[in-house]
Design a protein around this ligand. Structure first.
Ligand SMILES: NC(=O)c1ccc[n+]([C@@H]2O[C@H](COP(=O)([O-])OP(=O)(O)OC[C@H]3O[C@@H](n4cnc5c(N)ncnc54)[C@H](OP(=O)(O)O)[C@@H]3O)[C@@H](O)[C@H]2O)c1
Length: 260
């Protein structure tokens, strides 16, 4: 017997996904999880070398992946990314908006405005432009789709010394809710994941302080900081039909640290 639940498993077989920031860290883990569960995956970021390594390792494992360079803050490159994906695989079904930047770590009062602008350009405007390009494509095909925005717990409360980064992530959470509502009646779902501290290059400023890491590990209910695969399972769930009744939500994956 096959129940509705088992039909709606985490398979993304036959789907085509774009993962921005797919050359390392959380994006790499998400791209690999999507590929392992049947999706054809385009990994995108600024530098081709890292992307090609990820695409190759997916192909070596029997999956299908393509590397395409794209600066996530530049509209023409974003539109070209979607067009090249359609050219390569015929369509896009899943977008994982994951490429983000955090050029400034320090007191909010001292931020220089170019750092402010860059953070909003990549983390907020870039996420929107990517989502708009993919949603327009899905609407033209009258196809279902899933957009997964990688936000952060920094967008859910005070983000000391990363305030502007936190603001961009709060904007992503708000955009997730609004876009999901405005796309009501279509089969396009929009959700976000909000990771806590995950061991990647991005978090190096925090990870360089072993005392702070030890403190975080000791007080976390799971007694450790996150690894990229801890986020990949959640992103896969939100991308797949297993989450068909979920839209407009932001799901925290931080080992329980926020609720302790
Ligand atoms: N690590 C954490 O503790 C943590 C916590 C909460 C949320 N997050 C979020 O998780 C996401 C992924 O971060 P991560 O920790 O996996 O970081 P990461 O390992 O440093 O990876 C960042 C990725 O984004 C790409 N990227 C950076 N700037 C870009 C740009 N302007 N255009 C296109 N691609 C760009 C990088 O590749 P290129 O250099 O080739 O462009 C790389 O693939 C981000 O949205 C981040 O805010 C991370």
């Amino acid at each position: 017997m096959q129940t509705e639940i088992s039909k709606r498993n985490m398979s993304v077989s036959g789907k085509v996904a774009i993962v921005t920031g797919g050359s390392r860290g959380i994006g790499e883990a998400i791209a690999k999880a999507l590929a392992e569960h049947g999706a054809k995956v385009v990994v995108a970021s600024r530098k081709l070398e890292g992307l090609q390594q990820v695409a190759q390792s997916i192909c070596d494992a029997g999956g299908d992946a393509t590397a395409i360079t794209c600066h996530a803050g530049r509209q023409e490159e974003i539109e070209a990314l979607v067009a090249q994906t359609v050219e390569r695989y015929g369509k896009v079904d899943i977008l994982v908006n994951n490429a983000a930047t955090n050029p400034y770590f320090g007191p909010l009062m001292k931020i220089e405005m170019p750092a402010w602008d860059k953070t909003f350009e990549v983390n907020t405007k870039g996420y929107f432009l990517m989502a708009r390009a993919v949603v327009n494509h899905l609407l033209a095909r009258e196809a279902p789709g899933s957009i997964v925005n990688v936000a952060s717990i920094a967008g859910l409360g005070a983000a000391r010394f990363q305030a502007v980064y936190g603001m961009t992530k709060a904007a992503v959470i708000s955009m997730t809710q609004s876009l999901a509502a405005e796309l009501g009646g279509t089969a396009i779902r929009v959700n976000a994941v909000a990771p806590g501290l995950v061991e990647t290059k991005f978090a190096s400023a925090l990870l360089q302080n072993p005392e702070a890491v030890k403190r975080m590990e000791a007080t976390s209910p799971v007694r450790r900081i996150g690894q990229p695969d801890d986020i990949a399972g959640l992103a896969l769930f939100l991308a797949s039909d297993a989450s068909n009744f979920i839209t407009g939500q932001t799901i925290v994956a931080d080992g329980g640290s926020r609720g302790r």
